[in-house]
Design a binder for this molecule. Structure first.
Ligand SMILES: [Zn+2]
Length: 73
C-alpha cells in the first residue's frame, strides 16, 4: 500500500477526481466547489462534512441599513 491511495478517491457527489489542498488538510472537488476534510490522515468523504468553497466569509455581508427611527418631538 502506498500514499497514492488518496489519488484514487473520487468525489462522493459527482464521482469526479479530487485534488489535495495546498495544506494537505482537505480534498477539493473543483466541480462541486467542495472541500472534504482529512482527519488524522483519513479523508472524510461525506457531503455533510464538506465545506463549500463558495461560502462567504463570516461577517462579509453588506451592512444592514440603519433603521429609521421616527423623530420624537
Ligand atoms: Zn464533486
Amino acid at each position: 500500500m502506498d500514499t497514492r491511495l488518496i489519488e484514487l478517491l473520487v468525489c462522493p457527489v459527482c464521482k469526479g477526481p479530487l485534488q489535495r489542498s495546498d495544506d494537505h488538510h482537505s480534498l477539493i472537488c473543483h466541480a462541486d466547489r467542495l472541500a472534504f476534510p482529512i482527519r488524522d490522515g483519513i479523508p472524510v468523504m461525506l457531503e455533510s462534512e464538506a465545506v463549500s468553497l463558495d461560502a462567504p466569509p463570516q461577517g462579509a455581508g453588506p451592512a444592514p441599513a440603519p433603521a429609521e427611527l421616527p423623530a420624537a418631538d
